[in-house]
Ligand binder design. Structure first.
Ligand code: OOG
Ligand code: NI
Length: 474
């Protein structure tokens, strides 16, 4: 029993320990991921050696390499709601709504992540969490899927007890936190025995491979973990030369365009699975779910820039698809970056942090800077009465009295997410041809509204401007 003086473990500590435990588990389960982490660490170390100033901005090598996201896919609203409690204990909250039906996938998603700047700085671990869209399935498949999902509990009984303990006392002691991490990890573990027979699996796979991945297993195995890299194009090339089979593209904006996020992955492994049959025997089979991914995070952008981005990337995807049909894979790999670059050079108006800031296309954090010693401590630049706080902040930057650093994009790209999903699906997978976002089904299942990522970035910029202008007046 806990006494009133008991100190609880802060949620960010539980988050860090959980993500470290998950990484260790995944490295054991997928040795190729361990190899990827080594390549990433070496290249990050080299870049930090060449640009020591980066360390001030990004933190130490260990801190940079720690940054990861993972992804899971859930079957039911109840699973999602309980998962939200598990993540809540780690200080991770649902941000954003992602409709994957646009890519023919029967899921929609959110990202559970820390939201405050200092919480992200302590540990930015996040999990892209998808939920099956039973409403997009044909009625007979839907019935079978739901009946099968009703047979599983993805949480251990001990974890359920810990959740109710946490809701009573609003925290965990050191011992309870350790226990919680061990039990929560079980939900993410790979299990080599499936939940269903092989013929059922194959039937689900023909409808869609995500459906099979969700419905036919005992739990939502973590399907990838993603470290942050400082030079994604270099790691992508190195993976290739080390014999790690990657997808052909670095997805996201072109190399020189410092926005949002860039990602690439190695292809999903085809892993041995045992399917339990009615007569008590097991049949062997294979399943493709787990892969490795790397990412580079850059400047968060405003809704207007995001619209331009979405429009351009849709064009890129159309042309890339056509190109893929014309040339072989080696040629496609070489041609893709040029195609991407050409379309963005034509259509995207900002290619540096300064252009993004001055055109109001990116979010920035403003800091006060002391005037250089020797230079005259000039007063704030004169601006008309009606100038907005942002105009005033930009004028201070121009006058050398403030510095603006990009707000890092902490979320995901729906179109790119769909690309990552699709590039890792089984080739036998069918596609769901009903496009229909439905945020309210998702939020009803979750039991709350998701947070708006734009509002979070906007708030960070706004607050930094408020502090800057206050410091300037003071
Ligand atoms: C999630 C794919 C989305 C990303 O980085 O865009 C994602 C999944 O395959 O379950 O993780
Ligand atoms: Ni990912």
């Amino acid at each position: 029993m806990t006494s009133p003086t008991t100190t609880f473990v802060p949620s960010h500590v539980i988050r860090s320990e959980f993500s470290a435990a998950m990484s260790a588990m995944y490295r054991k389960e997928v040795p190729l991921y361990g190899q990827l982490l080594e390549i990433v660490r070496e290249i990050n170390a080299e870049i930090l050696r060449q640009h020591p100033a980066l360390e001030d901005e990004l933190g130490s090598l260990d801190r940079v390499g720690q940054e990861r996201h993972g992804a899971i896919r859930l079957g039911t609203g109840d699973e999602l709601r309980t998962m939200a409690e598990v993540f809540g204990i780690m200080g991770m909250y649902p941000v954003g709504y992602y409709d994957l039906s646009v890519a023919g996938l029967p899921v929609h998603s959110t990202a559970f992540r820390p939201v405050e700047k200092d919480e992200l700085a302590r540990n930015p671990f996040r999990v892209f969490t998808s939920l099956l869209r039973a409403d997009l399935l044909d009625p007979d498949v839907r019935d079978e899927a739901e009946a099968t999902l009703a047979r599983r509990d993805i949480f251990t009984p001990a974890l359920r007890e810990l959740l109710s303990l946490h809701s009573k006392q609003d925290g965990f002691t050191r011992e309870e936190a350790d226990w919680f991490i061990r039990e929560a990890l079980e939900t993410f573990r790979w299990q080599t025995t499936a939940l269903t027979s092989r013929s059922f699996y194959e039937r689900m796979l023909r409808v869609n491979s995500l459906l099979a991945d969700i419905v036919c297993f005992r739990g939502p195995h973590i399907n990838h973990l993603t470290p942050r890299v400082l030079d994604i194009h270099r790691v992508h090339q190195t993976m290739g030369t080390m014999g790690i089979e990657t997808i052909p593209e670095v997805q996201g904006p072109p190399e020189q365009c410092p926005i949002l996020l860039k990602q690439t992955s190695f292809k999903a492994l085809n892993e041995e699975i045992r399917f339990p049959e009615k007569d008590g025997s097991h049949t062997g089979g294979k399943h493709r779910a787990r892969f490795g991914e790397i990412e580079l995070r850059e400047c968060a952008v405003t809704p207007r820039a995001r619209e331009i981005y979405d429009y351009l990337i849709a064009r890129v995807n159309r042309e890339a698809k056509a190109l893929k049909n014309e040339v072989d894979e080696r040629e496609y790999r070489k041609a893709y970056p040029d195609l991407l670059n050409r379309i963005f050079r034509e259509g995207f108006p900002a290619w540096s942090h300064e252009e993004l800031r001055l055109q109001g296309l990116g979010y920035f954090h403003y800091h006060w800077t002391e005037p250089e010693s020797g230079s005259e401590a000039s007063s704030s630049p004169k601006l008309p009465e009606e100038a907005s706080p942002k105009d005033r902040a930009d004028a201070l930057v121009a006058a050398g009295r403030a510095r603006a650093t990009p707000v890092t994009y902490e979320d995901f790209l729906p179109v790119s997410a769909a690309g990552i999903f699709n590039s890792n699906l089984d080739e036998k997978s069918g596609s769901i041809d009903r496009e229909a976002p439905n945020q309210s089904i998702f939020e009803n299942a979750l039991g709350r509204a998701v947070l708006d990522p734009f509002a979070l970035y906007h708030r960070e910029e706004d607050e930094s401007i408020r502090r800057l202008l206050a410091a300037c007046r003071g």
